[in-house]
Structure formats: C-alpha cells, structure tokens
Design a protein around this ligand. Sequence first.
Ligand SMILES: Nc1nc2c(ncn2[C@@H]2O[C@H](COP(=O)(O)OP(=O)(O)O)[C@@H](O)[C@H]2O)c(=O)[nH]1
Ligand SMILES: [Mg+2]
Length: 258
Amino acid sequence: MHPRLTGPPDEGVARVPCEGRDALMVRIDLEKSILDRNDEAARVNRVRFDEKHVLVLDLLSSPGSGKTSTIQATIEALRDRYRIAVIEGDIASSVDADKIKAGGTPAVQINTGGLCHLEAQMIQRAVDALDLDALDLVIIENVGNLVCPVDFYLGEHAKVMILSVPEGDDKPLKYPGIFQAVRAVIVNKIDVKPYFTFDEPVFRDHVQQLNPGVPVFSLSATSGEGVQAWTEWVAARIEGLRRGVDLSETPSAVGSIA
Ligand SMILES: Nc1nc2c(ncn2[C@@H]2O[C@H](COP(=O)(O)OP(=O)(O)O)[C@@H](O)[C@H]2O)c(=O)[nH]1
Ligand SMILES: [Mg+2]
C-alpha cells in the first residue's frame, strides 16, 4: 500500500473498492483530497507561525536515529536565548513528550494511532495547546521513518532529517525523496564512527547530488560534539524570521539563509 493512501483511520484505503481502473481512480482522488486538505491546514498553520514569529522545524528520521536526543541537545544549547516547545509525534505512547517535559520544556504529544506520519490538522490541534506568544521555536518530532512524512507539509519553515552513523552511508541512494525535501541534514552518532564503515565523504557527496548546497551537520547528540554548528544554524533562522526574512510559503521554496 502506498503510504500516502493510508490517511486518517476513517478514510483508509481498506474502505475503497480496490478492483479495476475505476477503483484506481477513486484511490488517486482520495490521495489528492487528503493532500489538498492537509496543505490547506498547513497554510493556516504557517500563517499563525509567521504572525507570531515562531520558527517551526519538522524533524524526520528512522526510529532510533536520535531525534529526541537531538531535540534535547538543541534545547540545552538554546534554552537561555530562546523560548522553545516541542510537538512529539508517535504511533503510540507519550515516552518522548515525557522526556522533554521532564527537562522543563513544554511538550505536546500526538498519537497517530498507526498512521506513519503527522498531518497538518494534527499540528493545528497541538498548536492550540501551546502559547505561541510565549515561544520563539517549536520543534516537531515526526513519526520515525524515511518515507511517509516527506509528502506532508505541516506549515513548518524547514524539514530537517537525521541520519545516524549505524544506518549506513548508502541511505541517500535508497531514500532520495527525503534528502531532497529537507533544508538541512544531520549526521548523528559520530561518536560511534570508529565501529562502523560509514564513509562520510561518500555520504556527503550523495547528499549534495540530490540537494545541492544543503548544509550537513555532523554531530553527537549525546556527547555534544558538533552540536554548536547545528544550533547556530537554527538560531540564524530564528533571527531571520524576526528580521522579516522571507522563509517562503512551501518547503520546496524555503531557501537556506544560513
Ligand atoms: N552513541 C550515541 N547514541 C545516541 C546518540 N544520539 C542518540 N543516541 C541513542 O540512540 C537511541 C535512540 O535515540 P532517540 O533520541 O530516542 O532516537 P529517536 O527514536 O530518533 O527519537 C538512544 O538510546 C540514545 O541514547 C549519539 O549521538 N551517540
Ligand atoms: Mg524519539
């Protein structure tokens, strides 16, 4: 099943007759309507974020690459300068939101109930639970995988992906879509590089071929090595938003300002 056809539970593909050409057209229409409704809600989200000058990042990666750890390291580095909140997306549980809240940062948990990505309407509801007037930065931790979240614009200013060293340097070849959709790439877990055959120059070369000029930050979220360059990039975008730099309407049009 194509992930984009999955949709919210009440619109699942399983309810669509799945035989022949007509069924295929119904499926394509359904996909279009899910994405259209999503994009409409995302645009509403984006207007809210821009009005309040709140930078919003959508963090994507496989499960276990270090999204939550990177968010924690980012908060640690920027908490004295900026007011930060986190929206946690998971299929089930509130484990990650609990971790963030335990560190004193506001966090809202979204459980997708099986859906492999967040949608803009979910973000709308999560944002209702936050006070945007009291925030400079919202980091969204999307559901862990390298495919489904790519198609869904949430109203964010940038999608950012994390690839951790143990996953291998060949992932840009296998999952080109996500590397093309993001405005920054983080290589996490560089502290364990001696134990893996991760060829960083080869990885960077693949990434640049797919997304020329995209910044790549190598870091260890747990040791803190390399985190500063990443958080400076984030800070530059927060400052840019305050100065009224046009971070553009859609993810594909968002240019790098740092
Ligand atoms: N060695 C090492 N482990 C890390 C690093 N970042 C995260 N981890 C570990 O990887 C596991 C998954 O991290 P987590 O942040 O929960 O990943 P998520 O599923 O993408 O949110 C945890 O055991 C982390 O402690 C890192 O930079 N180095
Ligand atoms: Mg996590």
